[in-house]
Design a protein around this ligand. Structure first.
Ligand SMILES: NC(=O)c1ccc[n+]([C@@H]2O[C@H](COP(=O)([O-])OP(=O)(O)OC[C@H]3O[C@@H](n4cnc5c(N)ncnc54)[C@H](O)[C@@H]3O)[C@@H](O)[C@H]2O)c1
Length: 455
């Protein structure tokens, strides 16, 4: 870990001199764990954050417009794979976590952490309407000594240019009466090694006091807090991280196409290059990028830059390559079938893995879903295997059949397409019982009878 030690702000070390001020009162409440914390948006990010604050000793009120999610929290039922039911129940039993559907019912809050979704619109433009809606609701609930933290990922400038003007309508002065910061989340669903606690958190306030207070509250749930100059810097840090990943995956996808033309195995090339102990970082090709972050966040930056009349060439190219991948996979499937005199239309295709990444049930922006859509449109008979995705409805409203992996399911399929590499899938069974396989995830044939093809 290269974060300088002096940048870690611990709750006990925050310098506070102006006794009696809004800031001072908030510092005391954070130190004494008497601060009431509101988490707005109880999804993949908000729910674990709410549980973490409850675990740190705070009284937490979750706010989510989804009444079912609030009811589940009330029962102590976790609907997010990474949130342990036991942790949620413990928070409930200690009366440290409740959930309501509207901010106005949350009572007096010292800290409000906004964790609502930030998707793309149909025209792939940022849709920050949920952030704006929370801001509007907050105007009526603000009071001196309140800290508002935006956690939702958005384009650089959102905190200063969008949220700040909305909050200022309360008449309270930001930096004196109330405080505002951006502190992006780095939660990686299903990652057992890096959790909310041991993943450093970047924090940028709209002024130094806001930064200090946000660092202080964050340091109660994460080990290392990294303060940066301002909110816009913190926003840029977040989009850089995800754009870096998206561009590099795009490059790995292009390398896969290069390797195919050279007749070499792309996985062997990348894994061998990764033995270099410096100056190389492996990224792997696949059927495209999915989830709420990697395909979405770079588009937020592209949009912002378009408004500033700057063309983001690397980002545009990476995005272009990644978005072409589902179509490329279908073309590869068509070619593999063509080689044995079969057409895609009428072929039985089994997709292995529909979630966007291993060991999660999240299908948002999943390339597996897009591949299924294209295959069905072209007349293939498609079924899928995914232990984490119980059902899948395509755009036309038709349900895709889910099956369990078995020798007969495999042998009945003209082609098996591996789209997600979940743990627990019996790859040897696929190697032995499938007739032909298109492997987009580097599972590799090893030995076995199946006719094995890669990207
Ligand atoms: N999922 C991840 O792995 C991840 C990782 C890092 C950052 N992020 C970012 O965190 C943010 C949240 O992502 P998520 O995956 O948790 O989203 P999510 O869709 O799982 O959860 C968002 C929740 O907000 C609720 N909501 C929407 N509008 C609301 C409103 N006005 N008031 C109260 N609740 C409202 C929704 O009902 C939903 O439960 C996004 O900006 C995302 O980009 C996500």
């Amino acid at each position: 870990m290269t974060v300088p030690a002096q940048r870690h702000v611990a709750a006990s070390s925050a310098p506070v001199t102006d006794e009696g001020s809004a800031r001072h009162r908030l510092v005391d409440r954070i130190r004494e764990r008497t601060a009431r914390i509101g988490i707005v948006g109880l999804g993949y990010v908000g729910l674990p954050t709410a549980v973490a604050y409850a675990d740190a000793g705070f009284t937490v009120v979750g706010v989510d417009t989804d009444a079912e999610r609030c009811a589940a929290v009330g029962r102590g039922d976790s609907y997010i794979e990474d949130v342990d039911r036991g942790d949620l129940r413990r928070a409930r039993e200690k009366d440290r976590l409740t959930a309501v559907t509207a901010l106005r019912d949350a009572g007096d809050l010292d800290v409000v952490d906004i964790c609502v979704h930030t998707p793309l619109s149909d025209t792939r433009e940022p849709d920050i309407s949920a952030i704006e809606a929370v801001g509007e609701a907050l105007v009526a609930c603000q009071r001196p000594g309140q800290l508002v933290v935006l956690t939702s990922t958005s384009y650089p400038g959102t905190t200063e240019e969008v949220l700040r003007p909305i909050l200022e309508r309360s008449g309270l002065v930001i930096g004196e009466d109330v405080f505002l910061a951006f502190a992006p989340e780095r939660i990686d669903p299903a990652n057992q090694r890096f959790t909310l606690r041991n993943t450093p958190k970047v924090v940028g306030g709209v002024d130094p006091v806001s930064t200090e207070l946000a660092c202080m509250v964050m340091s109660t749930i994460v080990d290392i807090v990294v303060p940066v100059s301002d909110a816009t810097t913190a926003e840029m840090v977040k989009v850089l991280e995800n754009t870096f990943r998206m561009v590099n995956i795009g490059f790995a996808n292009e390398v896969a196409m290069i390797c195919r033309r050279l007749g070499v195995d792309v996985w062997e090339v990348i894994e061998s290059a990764a033995t270099k102990p410096y100056g190389f970082m492996p990224f792997y090709p696949g059927p495209g990028v999915g989830g709420h972050c990697i395909p979405v966040d770079p588009s937020y930056l592209q949009w912002k830059m378009r408004n500033l009349e700057y063309r983001t060439r690397f980002i545009d190219l990476g995005d272009d390559v990644n978005r072409s991948m589902p179509g490329y996979v279908v073309q590869r499937a068509t070619d593999v079938l063509n080689d044995v005199s079969r057409s895609l239309r009428g072929s039985h295709i089994l997709l292995v893995g529909i979630a966007y990444k291993p060991n999660v049930g999240d299908i948002r922006e999943s390339p597996g879903v897009e591949i299924a859509e294209i295959l069905v449109k072209r007349g293939a008979a498609v079924r899928y295997v995914d232990p984490h995705v119980e059902s899948l409805t395509l755009h036309d409203g038709a349900a895709l059949s889910r099956v369990d992996l078995s020798p007969s399911v495999l042998s009945e399929s003209d082609l098996v397409v591996i789209t997600t590499r979940h743990d627990g899938i019996d790859w040897d069974l696929i190697r032995e019982s499938a007739t032909r396989v298109l492997d987009t995830r580097g599972v590799r044939a090893a030995r076995g009878r199946a006719d094995w093809h890669t990207l």
